[in-house]
Design a protein around this ligand. Structure first.
Ligand code: ADP
Ligand code: G6P
Length: 474
């Protein structure tokens, strides 16, 4: 009897390779997906297929990496510089990312990039097919790999395939702008189960499948030649216990004491994001400036710590945004700083998870105000670190997380007046009210954690297959 396995496929592996001459280094990813799927991909013959995060052309180095990674249940797909340029930076991040985040004017429609996207998706599908056995199940992740489900289905008719989109799926009127809309949908519906963060995303997807592919549907089912496939919402989460424990760890104390000493009596506002136009960095900085302008009583009474992690900096819009953020921070600081106070502490780099947890724990207010975000894990990490149940979360209604964390102060980041009011409300919120709100948000994040998310999706994938078998014997 053959033992079935789970194959996970994503653009990035949960590991990053560094090359120093021929010296290979491996850096583990601490991301939520890696933690959540960690319980699956390391078991039995399970495997995670993806790009190892560096361009490696030397075949002997590729072989050495493949051997090393095999011991960790990881299987690398190597990409050339041209592939990274056209598939990753190009079609994935200059076309799909802006369009799906409702920035259609940033989207670039380029045939060559589309062709490379197809070629690279085929490369990932082939990597799956090389290790695939009949009873295996496959879980494909995110917008970089939307063609992979059907590419696998073409060669393996009955295999179980799940697909999860980690970013928003746009409404039909936006999605239809894409010249290759039909091909992309056809790629995704190769899966048996298609997951999104929110109910709205799933409805938009079904709507596009009806209107563009003419697929019949019934509630959350789509029919491909009478075979039902399921489309549903599975809001992703974090490893609550990990962040909660980290925030309570005695080893964290020196970090915390240092931050508390530095902020003095001022309230600490915190934001943590990749440098991305979808994250609303400019609107947030402008709202903070307006707070100081309209409510000068907060001068010296508040400190804004802004952590920004570099991202996709070879893409034009990202490098331009970096310049805008630098300029705005510098303008605000030069206008309001005094000899003993600087309003914005701006860091453009990655922080260790220890320091991040200490900042979450000591922050009075977290500002999570994207223009659009599939879920946003930072909001959940902040809540998980608030074991004393104080602190206020200001959350954009454009983030998937706002559907679950409705005890946050929920704002529209485009409404600058309400944004400033929310900042004042957060700064003045009585501790009892903070506790009441934080307790209920912690309850949600602790129950619906990353392990729950993985289990829910995998169980559902099993159920879809049962449903398909039942309908086919009728
Ligand atoms: P996205 O996936 O779009 O980047 P999320 O908020 O869902 O947005 O996830 C971001 C992840 O990156 C979080 O786990 C967060 O802790 C981490 N992160 C963001 N900025 C930093 C930083 N400066 N240093 C370390 N980790 C960061
Ligand atoms: C988002 C996407 C992921 C991506 C991550 C970091 O969370 O949904 O697929 O891996 O951003 O972006 P990067 O381009 O560095 O992989």
């Amino acid at each position: 009897m053959s033992i079935s396995k789970t194959i996970i496929v994503s653009n990035r592996l949960p590991i990053k390779i560094t090359l120093n001459g021929s010296q290979i280094g491996y850096q583990n990813s601490e991301g939520g997906l890696a933690t959540g799927l960690g319980s699956i991909y390391r078991e039995g013959d399970n495997i995670w297929i993806g790009w190892p995060g560096a361009i490696i052309n030397d075949e002997s180095i590729q072989e050495a990496i493949t051997e090393d990674l095999a011991t960790k249940s990881l299987s690398p797909v190597f990409l050339t510089e041209e592939e990274i340029n056209k598939y990753y930076e190009g079609f994935s991040n200059e076309t799909l990312w802006p369009l799906f985040h409702y920035f259609p004017s940033y989207a670039n429609y380029n045939d060559e990039q589309w062709c490379t996207y197809k070629t690279v998706n085929q490369k990932f599908a082939d990597a799956v097919l090389r290790v695939l056995k009949t009873d295996d199940q496959i879980w494909v992740h995110d917008y970089q790999l939307m063609l992979v489900p059907q590419m696998i289905r073409d060669k393996a008719k009955n295999v179980k395939i799940g697909f999860f989109l980690h970013i928003p799926f746009p409404s039909f009127e936006v999605f239809r702008l894409l010249p290759w809309r039909k091909e992309l949908l056809n790629g995704v519906v190769g899966a048996d189960l298609i997951g999104f963060h929110t109910f709205d995303d799933s409805i938009y997807f079904i709507n596009s499948c009806q209107r563009i592919l003419g697929l019949p549907s019934n509630s959350n089912q789509l029919f491909i030649n009478d075979k039902p496939i399921i489309v549903d919402a599975f809001p992703i989460s974090i490893d609550f216990e990990k962040f909660n424990t980290l925030a309570n760890d005695v080893l964290q104390k020196p970090h915390e004491e240092n931050i508390i000493k530095r902020k003095g009596k001022a309230k600490l506002m915190l934001s943590v994001d990749r440098l991305d136009y979808s994250k609303g960095l400019i609107n947030r900085l402008k709202a903070f400036e307006k707070l100081l302008e309209q409510h000068p009583q907060y001068i010296k009474k508040v400190v804004f710590v802004q952590l920004v992690v570099p991202s996709r900096d070879t893409v034009k819009q990202y490098s331009e945004l970096k310049e805008q953020v630098d300029k705005l921070v510098s303008n605000i600081n030069s206008k309001y700083s005094t000899l003993d106070w600087v309003p914005i502490h701006y860091f453009y780099r990655s922080f260790s998870i220890d320091l991040l947890a200490a900042l979450y724990k000591t922050a009075d207010i977290a500002l999570v105000t994207p223009m659009r975000d599939g879920m946003n894990l930072v909001s959940k990490e902040f809540v998980a670190c608030k074991s004393d149940e104080t602190g206020v979360l200001i959350l954009s209604e454009m983030a998937g997380a706002s559907r679950e964390l409705n005890d946050a102060i929920v704002i529209n980041p485009n409404d600058s007046n309400k944004f400033v009011k929310a900042l004042v409300q957060a700064l003045e919120m009585p501790v009892d009210e903070q506790r009441h709100r934080m307790r209920s948000m912690r309850d949600i994040v602790s129950r619906f954690n990353i392990h729950h998310w993985v289990k829910l999706f995998m169980n559902r994938l099993e159920e879809v297959k049962v449903l398909q078998r039942k309908l086919s014997v009728r």
